[in-house]
Design a protein around this ligand. Structure first.
Ligand SMILES: Cc1cc2nc3c(=O)[nH]c(=O)nc-3n(C[C@H](O)[C@H](O)[C@H](O)COP(=O)(O)O)c2cc1C
Length: 170
């Protein structure tokens, strides 16, 4: 899809079909994460593909916002590996994870899938449900799948702040 259309037509998809996401599609999404920019190119990320019935049950336990998607890609930051700005000690690993998440989301859309970024999960359950992620900060659980014909954006998708509140010229 043309990039300006992709950016302007993207919305959070919260209704998926049961059709699985193919290996090729998953690979494309992972590749988009792999080439994402990061502070000082440190790439402080760990990424988990979750698609087995068993582990998707874990996703359902950790968040109610799973939308029965057939695929979750969990994007985690590794703070010890992140670039830290000297002047204020700000660790940028979560920023890097966010940039990678956005690349994955747009790639999913570009190949005809839908996705929603989910951060509202229970962090207290993370170590129990996903012990493999220990020591990382789970930033996003991208719920991905084929878009249901009934899918539509939520009302607030088009509710935008007035541009004058956001954009300034110095
Ligand atoms: C950091 C972040 C966290 C989000 N967490 C959730 C979530 O936990 N559950 C959910 O349904 N949507 C979540 N969303 C999707 C937002 O609700 C959505 O992007 C926003 O309402 C704008 O709608 P749109 O994506 O359709 O344009 C999240 C989005 C971002 C960027």
């Amino acid at each position: 899809m043309q990039f300006d259309r992709l950016v302007n037509e993207r919305y959070s998809v919260r209704k998926f079909t049961e059709e699985p996401v193919s290996d090729e599609e998953i690979q494309k999404i992972l590749d988009s994460i792999y080439v994402a920019p990061s502070g000082q190119n440190k790439q402080p990320l760990r990424v988990w593909t979750i698609r087995s019935k068993d582990r998707l049950e874990g996703v359902k336990r950790i968040t109610k916002y799973h939308y029965n998607a057939p695929l979750t890609i969990a994007i985690c930051a590794v703070p010890e590996e992140g670039w830290v700005r000297k002047s204020d000690g700000s660790n940028h690993s979560v920023v890097d994870a966010a940039a990678a998440t956005m690349q994955a989301w747009l790639m999913a859309e570009d190949i005809g899938l839908g996705a929603v970024w989910v951060s509202d999960f229970d962090t207290n359950l993370q170590d129990e449900i996903f012990p493999e992620m220990k020591g990382t900060e789970l930033v996003a659980m991208l719920q991905i799948g084929h878009i249901s014909p009934e899918s539509k954006p939520l009302g607030w998708h088009s509710k935008k702040r007035d541009r004058s509140e956001m954009f300034f010229e110095l």
